[in-house]
Design a protein around this ligand. Sequence first.
Ligand SMILES: [Zn+2]
Length: 603
Amino acid sequence: NGTLYNANTIEEFNNYDKKSILRNVGLETIYNKIVNQEWLKNPNELTHFLLLTFADLKQHAFHYWFAFPSLSLSDMEIKYEKSELLNEEIQLKLQNELLTFKSNHSKEEHGFYLIIENENSYQIKSLSEFENVINGNEKYYLGFSDPSALNEYPSMILRNYLLASYLTFKKDLFNVIAFRQDQSLLLKNVKITTSIENIENIQELKDKISVIGWEKNTKNKLGPRFTNMGSTMDPIKLAESSVTLNLQLMKWRMFPTLNLDKLGKTKCLLIGSGTLGCHVARNLMAWGIFNITFVDRTRVSFSNPVRQPLYEYEDCLNGGKDKASCAAEHLRRIYPNVNVQSHSLDIPMPGHFITDRQKTLESYKKLHDLIEEHDVIYLLTDTRESRWLPSLIGIRKKKIIINAALGFESYLVMRYGVYGDNSNDNNNNDSTNENNDEFKEMTSKRLGCYFCNDVVAPVNSTKDRTLDQQCTVTRPGVSAIAGSLAVELLVSLTHHPEYKYASAYNPTSQNNDGHVESDLGVVPHQIRGSISNYQTNLLYGSSYNQCTCCSPIVLQNYAKDDFNFLERCFNDSKYLEELTGLKQLHEQTLKLLQDFDYSSEEE
Ligand SMILES: [Zn+2]
């Protein structure tokens, strides 16, 4: 049993009068039970403790101080002649007797016993039988269960026990057996002395009782202890430490150069939170990348949940939840420590005529700022032309751009080349201070973008199309594969010494164009695969100088005229082809290859 004092504030905890509450508890519980002899029926009252606590529940920090009140009568001293360990035979006999006693007596009486010895046999009785059993010459012991871990010394419990026995039985000499799990301790001729001569009326001795017993703390001083249970009490912190530990295991066992710090700081913008967006987000989290922003403009529809693992049926009701914020909400449910944002945003597209200039300008600015704030831009939308503007802004801002696109049974995952090289970054040449000189071809090959293989500018692909053409119809496994690869590609890049400027593995080149591997192996430019034959191929493609997105002429015009340039691209579907010379090329090619029918690649 114990008494708990729980303070509501740390001040209250500190201001408790420790001396007086200890004395009060000692007198009211232990001493009173000795006076009215209740302790004989419930001797465990002698071990009554006191606990003072203050719990800072927000921090899961606990201040606590235990006291085990130990009572003394004026100048009380306890001395014993000698202590010895009981031999095995007696130990065994006593243990058997103890079992019998415990089965015949209530729990309150366990722990403190009267032991009577008669010609090498032992009997264990309740202390309440003392007056009846002990008349004169019987050989007896006071027994108690001793929690002490010290071989030769009994625990402090014995002090209260002896005081109670002294005052109750009016005897000052006892033999004591301290019961222990393995070998019990015998204390011979334990003598109690005090300066009080008359102990007949113990009621009046109350003032002569002193109480000590506050526990020392870890510094071996009288003072409270402190424990921070944050990591075990707060499930969110528990989740965090478990996730971190899991990743650290990978570092320790398989991948010593795993840069968890860099991954943890990487900010990813996911444009499109459909099938690909869901898979990419989950794989990012698995790698410990927790800065994730979703951009989408649609709502969750009934067809989504079975294919898009962040949504559920309930999300589709009442017209469907806003997709980006719904995805964010689910990420938080999976892992509350994730730093996730969401934005519902219409992405302006070339060939989609602007009807509301102000609104389009605002959308552009928002997208521009989002891209600027992030390190990695994932292009995960389901149309070609919706990738154009984020590609263009991302290239201008020299971000890592990873594009994933799906066909019915095929997929493409690629990263874009970045203008410039590492030396630009080292010179603190901030990308926001870019000038037109920056967007010129370098001597080293820059990797191509998604539009480099096109000979037509992106147009409104959903116009005049039937439903099955507008929606991406794919074999379901394709998006999970592409989503995983899109994240693995980023992680490989993160562990490459050249980071976003890393040259690409070129499978067709003799010397791989001097490609340096990352700590995780090769860092390809494009990964194309198909589940019709379950094959994956790595492709390498340099940038195309007439590309409608990443070519210097487009970047230079965009950097010069900003939104005015974009406005022309949105409103005039042929402008980009004219600017890049594609239109001219197109006409020439058509003339040359009049009989040759080619089709552009399907997503
Ligand atoms: Zn390009």
